[in-house]
Design a protein around this ligand. Structure first.
Ligand SMILES: Nc1ncnc2c1ncn2[C@@H]1O[C@H](COP(=O)(O)OP(=O)(O)OP(=O)(O)O)[C@@H](O)[C@H]1O
Ligand SMILES: Cc1ncc(COP(=O)(O)O)c(N)n1
Length: 276
């Protein structure tokens, strides 16, 4: 066997596509590329989508989902993987079964529930399965505040509520928890991280006033996934991901009429000489 084969960091995104290119698997692939990792993908759902919303979506059949997992497992050595839009109970179960069958390294679960335009990307019935079966497999979970409220069935009003919710989510089996603050109010955007070793930290940045935030959650979790695949420790990875997302929002590009997409190459442009 040639030991050089598969020495390059490879990652996997398990998600829905976005024909508009801004969110879902498209945001993941762009981010993973910018992070100098080779990205592969298992498509769970195909959406007809643009910056104005989701016009249609189609959940793929089990056979082709299982086949995608098998193809990837047969040829690549995946060092970290992430989930995005999973759709419904059946599809969460297909993903759980495959993640138990193959070793794709540390798992980042972004429990995507509702798109920025309001479309449902995870049914209510699927939420409990995500909690019971997917979270215990996860190295990191990255709910936003609204998702965290649904997951712990508790209103989140302040920083203390965020901390309590993160602890509850950790008790469900997720090793590390990041509650994203994009949907909160205030001049700062603060993401709370609670780590396996019980240490915690806040990732703070000034709130950028813009409608161009399509795919922010996907991008943050994909960046963390790629950093982990490159061997970067999680506490460093979350700081890099926060810088990456901040620049991707700040260095805006004028695309689409609605919730515009991010500038995924901004981090690389700003840090030209930096080793990612
Ligand atoms: N207006 C903003 N200014 C600066 N940072 C932001 C802004 N909105 C979101 N972020 C950052 O983007 C990341 C994703 O947060 P957000 O809460 O938007 O996730 P999300 O709702 O899951 O995203 P998505 O809706 O794309 O799934 C976080 O790191 C958050 O701090
Ligand atoms: C396929 C897919 N996955 C995830 C999102 C969430 O992104 P956003 O909340 O920014 O719309 C999306 N819109 N589409």
């Amino acid at each position: 066997m040639n030991s050089e084969i598969n020495s390059f960091p490879q990652v996997l995104t398990i998600a829905g596509t976005d024909s508009g290119g801004g969110a879902g698997m498209m945001a993941d692939l762009k981010t993973m590329q910018e992070c100098h990792t080779f990205s592969t993908g298992v498509i769970i759902a195909v959406t007809a989508q643009n910056t104005l919303g989701v016009q249609q979506s189609f959940m793929l059949p089990k056979e082709i989902i299982d086949a995608q997992f098998a193809s990837i497992a047969a040829d690549f050595q995946i060092r970290a993987c992430k989930t995005g839009m999973l759709g419904d109970v059946q599809h969460v179960q297909y993903v759980v079964n495959n993640l138990k069958k193959y070793d794709f390294g540390p798992l980042i679960v972004d429990p995507v529930m509702v798109a920025k335009g309001g479309a449902i990307l995870l049914t209510d019935e699927a939420i409990s399965l995500v909690k019971q079966q997917l979270f215990p497999l996860a190295t990191v979970i990255t709910p936003n505040i609204i998702e965290a409220q649904r997951l712990v069935d508790q209103e989140i009003k302040d920083a203390n509520d965020i901390k309590l919710a993160a602890k509850k989510l950790q008790d469900l089996g997720a090793k590390n928890v990041i509650i994203k603050g994009g949907h909160a109010k205030g001049q700062q955007v603060s993401d709370y991280c609670l780590f396996l070793d019980h240490t915690d930290l806040w990732l703070n940045a000034p709130r950028i006033i813009t409608p161009r935030t399509h795919g922010t959650g996907d991008t943050l979790s994909a960046c963390i996934c790629s950093q982990i695949a490159r061997g970067i420790p999680l506490k460093t990875a979350v700081h890099i991901a926060k810088d990456f997302i901040n620049l991707a929002i700040k260095k805006t590009i004028q695309v689409g009429h609605g919730h515009g997409p991010l500038n995924h190459w901004a981090y690389q442009e700003v840090n030209k000489n930096a080793e990612l």
